[in-house]
Design a binder for this molecule. Sequence first.
Ligand code: ZN
Length: 182
Amino acid sequence: MSKPIYSFDANTGWLNGAIHIPSPNFNARPNNEVSLLVIHNISLPPGQFATGMIDALFTNQLPINAHPYFKQLEGLRVSAHFLIERSGEIKQFVSCNDRAWHAGKSSFQGRENCNDFSIGVELEGTDDLAYTDEQYKSLNNLKNILQKNFPLIKQERICGHSDIAPERKTDPGIAFDWLRIQ
Ligand SMILES: [Zn+2]
């Protein structure tokens, strides 16, 4: 993989240099505030990588009959702004200026509906398998670009899905090394 040079377009909210796969699963933020970065993991089917099924899920094209696990995802309308694959490749599905549907019922420091004011980043992975060096490199790269463009995303406002929905969610899991996010 040649090294992409990323640049963020503040007007459109899209990251140049990332692969753009527009998802229909978004709507307007209730205000323009972007002040939280939420880190997730996902793999489809669970524990399998580079299947193309995450792209399919976020674009409402998941072949429900292709795997037994997919049945429970039927009709689900979800998205994240970004996906970082095991290779470190960054894909973007929703403009950062829009509200993606990644957090669900959630609250951060007493404030509910984190989708309203957050950017969601999915790491391709599972809770207990080490993420790749390439993923940490891309995540730090992306994080720094986003913090430059959305200065309200302070270091202490970078959290996991499990932090904002502790009763429902465990991602990014024990495998995620928070000390590598700098
Ligand atoms: Zn999640």
